[in-house]
Design a protein around this ligand. Structure first.
Ligand code: PLP
Length: 390
């Protein structure tokens, strides 16, 4: 299906009007996703929302099946969340921690995750160890292995950071975590939908992500994965009548699947839409998507490097569809706005939100252009021309 790029682009109407290089922010929904969301909202309007959920039960359940196919796991290991931050916090706060326990993370951890770690360290007197990146931008595996000793209860890593196109060696980290019997939480918010993911190969116990980025789902949607054999080591911080069931007036039992991390109320139309988006990605094929995204991003980096005023910040060779760069001629903000004015969507990575990583690399605000498989080489050429203009 990826061979029929024209069809894919016709199913993504906005590409006729603009160049969308902000897929790491939110990518464009294919027609089928928008239609599925609208159809469910209209059904809710026609017959009532609770009644619509009963009628649409198979479409809602498809969410779990689609993600199980995407991640190579069981539908019972998948849970819904309203976004990646909520998904991550639901499973993170389920890890049993005592004062003095340690959590290991990396320099590239997503800013909101790192804030949650710092907050918990303050509340519960746990220690956070931040493993630095090696010269190629990936987390240093030797330092990571040395950090995974003693009373470490959790390894929390981000697969593809928001602020850099580096792909971290998540599977190698998984082997280390497993060897030490340490729970491993992988933030796959930027990798899901652009890289082929297999939770067995990654070796993670928990994995979290969002719908609107590379998965091309609706905003306000997210997901989590929890390995069945790790579930008993995780106790949700809060439960409702969906996550647990009364066994008597004063007793209850937690669900025995990943839905113990869900709330009963949710954005049903969005859940259906995200399931459709994941089906769409699965039908195209994640291996092909990954290959094309990596090739397009490599092409973009090469063309940007031809401009002497531009510095591309990704080092190393394991890189994703996220390209970060700076211009000697314009601030990140000015360049971003100028591109927007020309119908080119990009984003700015802000130092103030990424002090841990950008501070370490002595960088300021950066421009970020993130490509998806529906982008083209022609768009890349037009983009580089626009960057070069004043
Ligand atoms: C790596 C990473 N993790 C988590 C998030 C948070 O996602 P959400 O806004 O859906 O909570 C983002 C968002 O940019 C991200 O890039």
């Amino acid at each position: 299906m990826l061979s029929d790029l024209d069809r894919i682009r016709r199913q993504t109407p906005a590409v006729a009007q603009l160049i969308h290089f902000n897929n790491a922010g939110a990518s464009l929904n294919p027609d089928v996703v928008t239609e599925a969301v609208m159809a469910h909202l209209q059904l809710e309007q026609r017959i009532g929302a609770y009644e619509a959920a009963v009628v649409a039960d198979a479409h809602i359940e498809n969410f779990y099946k689609a993600f199980a196919a995407l991640l190579n796991c069981q539908p019972s290991e998948i849970g819904w969340a309203e976004n990646a931050t909520h998904a991550w916090n639901s499973v993170f706060h389920a890890v049993a921690l005592l004062p003095g326990d340690r959590i290991v993370t990396s320099q590239s951890e997503y800013a909101s995750n790192y804030l949650a770690l710092l907050h918990l360290a303050r509340l519960r007197q746990v220690h956070i160890d931040v493993v630095p990146n090696a010269a190629n931008g990936q987390v240093c595996l030797e330092r990571l292995e040395r950090a995974l000793t003693g009373n470490v209860r959790l390894l929390a890593l981000t697969h593809v950071p928001s602020q850099s196109g580096v792909v971290h060696p998540a599977a190698e980290a998984g082997k280390l975590a497993r060897a030490h019997g340490i729970l491993y939480l992988l933030d796959a918010c930027q990798s899901a939908g652009q890289l082929a993911l297999d939770v067995d190969a990654l070796g993670c116990d928990m994995l979290t992500g969002t719908g609107r980025k590379y998965l091309r789902g609706p905003r306000g949607t997210g997901f989590l994965y929890v390995r069945e054999t790790s579930l008993q080591r995780l106790t949700p911080e809060w439960v409702d009548m969906h996550a647990a069931q009364f066994t008597g007036p004063h007793t209850y039992r937690l669900r025995d699947d990943a839905r113990r991390f869900e709330n009963w109320e949710c954005f049903v139309a969005g859940k259906i839409g995200l399931g459709v988006a994941v089906d769409y990605a699965n039908a195209i094929g994640m291996d092909g998507i990954e290959k094309r995204v990596r090739e397009l991003a490599a092409c973009l980096r090469d063309m940007l490097r031809e401009n002497p005023a531009i510095t591309v910040h990704e080092a190393g060779s394991d890189l994703s569809g996220i390209v970060t760069f700076s211009s000697a001629a314009q601030t990140a903000e000015v360049l971003h706005k100028r591109l927007l004015h020309k119908g080119i969507n990009t984003s700015v990575v802000r130092l103030r939100n990424n002090l841990l990583d950008l501070g370490q690399r002595s960088l300021g605000d950066l421009n970020r252009a993130s490509v998806h498989y529906y982008n083209t080489e022609d768009e890349i050429a037009l983009f580089c021309e626009a960057v070069a203009q004043r």
